[in-house]
Design a protein around this ligand. Structure first.
Ligand SMILES: Nc1ncnc2c1ncn2[C@@H]1O[C@H](COP(=O)(O)OP(=O)(O)OP(=O)(O)O)[C@@H](O)[C@H]1O
Length: 277
């Protein structure tokens, strides 16, 4: 899947920015400026600047604890930044939360769903919260559950779903109001290969229709395959961002990741006891 389709099928779509305004130069799908977050005196995000062009698929990669989830939470209005701004298609996430949030579909990390609902109820309920009429909500929920291979489990309670099924029903919730920007924190974690292929196809279709995707992942091959842009985050800031080729500079993404984010695969001196049995 490739992005960078400015002027593609979405250009000229009425209300691309959710305002119904006549099409003009498209603002970035997501624009983060100087985002900072400190938890209990410990900096988690130390000044993230990132521009995600509309129509792109951008991968956010970085070591554990780099600040990816914290950044995505601030970008989507889940977590208030200590300073800095986040804008979705020109709407300030904190000054205009309704304007921004109706354009965003979010698959957060550490899902907290209404899991005493069935899968179908949950997706329909999410659609209704977005203001969709009952019949549209029902139709979209059904189509999404079928597409994601959950049709047979649509009547089961989400609390009884496996991790992968939960991820997929949460993705259905993120998509049901046809957002313009999808923000997905580890969307492929716990998902089987067939479902992963389905999700990739869904995302490709979403992007062909003019949508923008930002996703975090630890799987470099997946980011290289899915994304046309990438941002490497470490220690709470963006170390490199741009097209895949700009960031990779002729190396693999994994090589660049290690080069930029550092780290070591050495286990150190201890652990001899592991070999003693
Ligand atoms: N609610 C919180 N309270 C305190 N510290 C937090 C909180 N959320 C995140 N942190 C800390 O902020 C830092 C960044 O965490 P974050 O979850 O954003 O990293 P990440 O890049 O998403 O990591 P991973 O790849 O492991 O999911 C970590 O040091 C983490 O312990």
């Amino acid at each position: 899947m490739t992005g960078g389709r400015a002027g593609g099928p979405a250009a000229g779509r009425d209300g691309e920015d959710g305002t119904g305004a006549a099409p003009g130069p498209r603002p970035p799908a997501l624009e983060l400026a100087g985002l900072v977050k400190v938890f209990d005196g410990r900096p988690a995000v130390t000044g993230v600047d990132l521009v995600v062009p509309a129509g792109s698929v951008t991968g956010l990669v970085g070591p554990n604890g780099a600040g990816k989830t914290t950044t995505l939470s601030m970008a989507t209005g889940l977590l208030r930044p200590d300073s800095g701004t986040a804008r979705v298609l020109g709407h300030d996430v904190w000054a205009d939360p309704v304007g921004a949030k109706r354009l965003v579909g979010l698959l957060p990390d550490g899902l907290r769903l209404f899991d005493r609902l069935s899968g179908a109820e949950l997706v329909r309920h999410t659609a209704r919260l977005h203001g969709l009429p009952r019949d549209v909500a029902g139709r979209r929920a059904q189509e999404l559950l079928v597409a994601l291979g959950l049709a047979d489990d649509a009547g089961r309670l989400v609390v009884d779903y496996s991790a992968g099924m939960t991820k997929k029903v949460a993705l259905a919730c993120a998509l049901v109001h046809a957002p313009r920007l999808l923000v997905l924190d580890e969307p492929f974690e716990a998902v089987d290969p067939v479902s992963a292929a389905t999700i990739r196809e869904l995302l490709a279709r979403f992007v062909r229709g003019g949508g923008t995707v930002v996703l975090s992942s630890h799987v470099m091959e997946l980011v290289e395959r899915l994304c046309d842009r990438v941002a490497v985050v470490a220690d709470g800031r963006v170390l490199a961002a741009g097209t895949l080729d700009e960031v990779r500079r002729g190396a693999t993404l994994e090589e660049r990741f290690v080069e930029l984010a550092g780290g070591t695969t050495s286990l150190g001196e201890g652990l001899a006891w592991l070999e003693s049995s």
